[in-house]
Ligand binder design. Sequence first.
Ligand code: SAM
Length: 268
Amino acid sequence: WTPAGKRPGPDSLHVPRRRFGQNFLADPHYVARIVDAVAPQPGDNLVEIGPGLAALTGGLVARAGHITAIEIDRDLAARLRTAFTPAQLALHEADALEFDFAQLGPELRVVGNLPYNISSPLLFHLAAHDALLRDLHVMLQKEVVARMTAAPGTADYGRLTVMLQAKFRIARLFVVPPGAFRPAPKVESAVARLVPLHGEKPAIADEGLFARIVAAAFAQRRKTLRNALSAVCTAESLEAAGIDPGARGETLAVADFVRLANRVAPLR
Ligand code: SAM
């Protein structure tokens, strides 16, 4: 990695902005582990969300040659422009939640130490572009990764689990302690890898209906499916899909939700 100018880092003053979830990774051990987990290759279509002070960016650029990045903070974007040449870094000063990832595809490899306050909406936004993605490596609050990788019947299993596991194979790679960041967050983090299921993805007839059923099933976790889903389907539809109307949403596998949504779709 040959910086075009001065590398942004702890030596250059930047007051972390809490509203942008700025906890900067400062431990070279974890920087190296994340970059190794991504294993960038020259020519990869890499996009980093929230490069910040470039902890990961340098290693990604060094291995891939060129990456794209999306950073919302104007001051950090200005620093990044002086630290990398346009040939190394295509920088979009933008909100990743609003960003149209279709303009960067296909075979996108997304990397991000994501701002925790927007992690769920950002994952949903990326999931909407799953056809364009090759993989995602994201650092999140450890509890969020537990929800993403949860099994049915557990407390962590919920809407986020079902919506993401319907599209991705998800693995927790390793935990990162608060002391690896400046400033240190109050919670532990974990790095997860998401690989789109693509050809193995269950066919969902109506994605909007599927999302509504999943949301309703977990809106009040203690309700039976008969009650929780009364606005979207009848007890007969549940039974016809092989699902006990007296069960709770948290006991259903992802495949059960897909089967139910596909059975209800033609009736609407
Ligand atoms: N990648 C850096 C690292 O590992 O040290 C910074 C991580 S920091 C947790 C999150 C970064 O995402 C910050 O640089 C922040 O400004 C940026 N960010 C926050 N909200 C964003 C958004 N909606 N779109 C794009 N970037 C955002």
